[in-house]
Ligand binder design. Sequence first.
Ligand code: PGA
Length: 247
Amino acid sequence: MRRPLVAGNWKMHGRAGDLVGFAGLRAPEGCDLALCLPATLVERAARALSGGGLLIGGQDCHTAASGPHTGDISAPMLADAGAGLVILGHSERRTAHGETDADVRAKVAAAAAAGLAPLVCLGESAEERAAGRTSAVVVAQLEGSLPEAPPPGLVLAYEPVWAIGAGRTPEAAEIAGVMDLLRARLVARHGAAGGEVRMLYGGSVTPANAAAITAIPGVDGALVGGASLKAESLATIAAAFAARVTA
Ligand code: PGA
């Protein structure tokens, strides 16, 4: 049985004062809870919030451990700041920074080498979905973005690009279908280890739809953007996944 994981993604939001409201946030029994923060907040959050089992993560890392890369941040730097995981290949980076599957794959290796659990995002655009290409797109992203051997703690997040920040989500059956397909690919690639990789759904997850999302077959948790900016919302979503386990 894979343990659920709910991960918040603050994107480019948040200053020190915004952590105050998260001081009481605890991972509920039966569900891992992570907060992936702007790099400026990682160390502060790791010091202030990691009691209560909350995991702290970054949102991207460079492929190299160090070097002449002005403005970038490396996986060992995130680990040094107290991060335990890092989001990689988010669609906002694939789109706005031109990240390719090969880039993501190299970042996954860099994260793993630094001891960070990589949380790899994939998902189709609205145009790809309309063209009936969802399956082909997500399988190609999976094949291209993951290294030969799955790194320890690897997590996948299926995030349809058109559902991110949009207030709409795919039908439950669509999500279940993609999860099924991705799981089959993971197991075909990695055998039993592929069965252990947690797969999250992301894209407009809120306290209002969290319980329904926990009921979708193959969904091991959620990657939460907007709703993660409020501690109560994130806690409600994590509680929904924790309740599924103990139900
Ligand atoms: P959202 O973002 O929950 O605001 O849709 C999810 C994400 O981009 O990770």
